[in-house]
Design a protein around this ligand. Structure first.
Ligand SMILES: [Zn+2]
Ligand SMILES: [Zn+2]
Ligand SMILES: [Zn+2]
Length: 327
């Protein structure tokens, strides 16, 4: 680290796409640590002992509740990186392969903990959106293998959520019904892409999947926020996640890398036309073959799907059923 380095932490507006970029060089201020050190294991400076799961403030965040003043620019728009970044340490067990290896009760415990954090954060003025996500696998760039997920509390609505809100609102106004309830109804009727259903949740590989093994999990009840879920719905969600993530894990000989994200309404305002859900992107196309978001996807913004979603759904469903039978 350069001793004279200046901390820059700000939001920069992309006027061409109309979206924020979070800029921070805080990681370059990180002290050296041996590679064997795990900051999430019991007994580490921030964790202590005697816990089942923990939510820690990220020490090298993109957003902070006391960010430095953004730099001024004669043309470009900048804004304060006001927000929070948390790490959810999901288990004290460092070597646990994935959260689907935890008992349902322990997964429910983690979801409840995140729900409580959201309840607390919702009261903060700056908090516009609560994005909970999980990156799994070194292919996604995960360096700390201790099972964990992350929360970004942002002062803006993330772009993909904004797009979903816009389309859901249009559909609601035109058809007087929820777009997501409709999708769930169609996927259940079609059956071919359906992966698993529990009492309160439905999982399917959508007709319009972007990633090879994409799993969408919807609550059957039309709700907008994680904080609206009941105790029973959360327990049932834990069961659903355990089963579908287990299916994804045993799909290939090595566990599949994936991204999991909670899509819910912004924390404040009326978004009754929206329907919360979880999206999981399994990024392996086949044994050892990664799907990259390359020229067409990143450069153009549209995905190519090098298979047929119905066939991939059938492959994944077979594994998910195996997992459900072990339950
Ligand atoms: Zn650890
Ligand atoms: Zn709905
Ligand atoms: Zn979504």
């Amino acid at each position: 680290m350069n001793k004279d380095a200046k901390l820059v932490m700000e939001l920069r507006w992309d006027p061409t796409l109309g979206e924020w970029v979070m800029v921070s060089n805080i990681r370059s201020f990180r002290p050296w640590q041996p590679t064997s050190f795990c900051p999430f294991c019991p007994g580490a400076p921030e964790t202590g002992y005697g816990w089942k799961a923990l939510i820690l403030e990220n020490r090298y965040p993109m957003l902070s509740y006391s960010p430095p003043e953004p730099q001024k620019h004669r043309f470009y728009k900048t804004s304060k990186s006001l927000g929070r970044c948390f790490v959810v340490v999901e288990t004290p067990q460092h070597d646990l392969e994935d959260i689907c290896d935890l008992p349902v009760e322990d997964i429910a415990y983690v979801i409840n903990m995140v729900k409580e954090k959201q309840e607390e954060i919702s009261k903060e003025d700056y908090a516009v959106y609560f994005l909970w996500f999980r990156n799994k696998g070194k292919e996604i760039g995960v360096s700390l293998t201790h099972p964990h997920s992350q929360i970004y509390v942002t002062p803006f609505i993330p772009t993909r959520i904004e797009r979903e809100l816009k389309n859901a609102e249009e559909f609601w106004n035109e058809n007087k019904e929820c777009l997501f309830c409709k999708i769930m109804e169609v996927e259940v009727e079609d059956r071919v892409r359906l992966l698993y259903a529990t009492e309160n949740w439905v999982s399917f590989l959508p007709f319009y999947a972007h990633w090879p093994f994409e799993i969408h999990t919807y609550p059957k009840r039309h709700v907008q926020l994680l904080t609206q879920l009941t105790e029973i719905e959360i327990h049932d969600l834990a069961k659903m996640l355990k089963i579908v993530l287990c299916g994804l894990k045993i799909l290939f000989s090595k566990p599949s890398p994936y991204i999991m994200v909670l899509h819910q309404a912004p924390l404040k305002g009326d978004y009754r036309y929206y329907h919360m859900h979880i999206e999981i992107y399994g990024i392996l196309r086949d044994e050892g073959k990664l799907k990259y978001a390359a020229g067409v996807e990143t450069g153009g913004g549209n995905f190519t799907y090098d298979a047929v979603p119905e066939e991939n759904a059938s492959r994944l469903r077979e594994k998910i059923l195996q997992c459900s039978l072990q339950q």
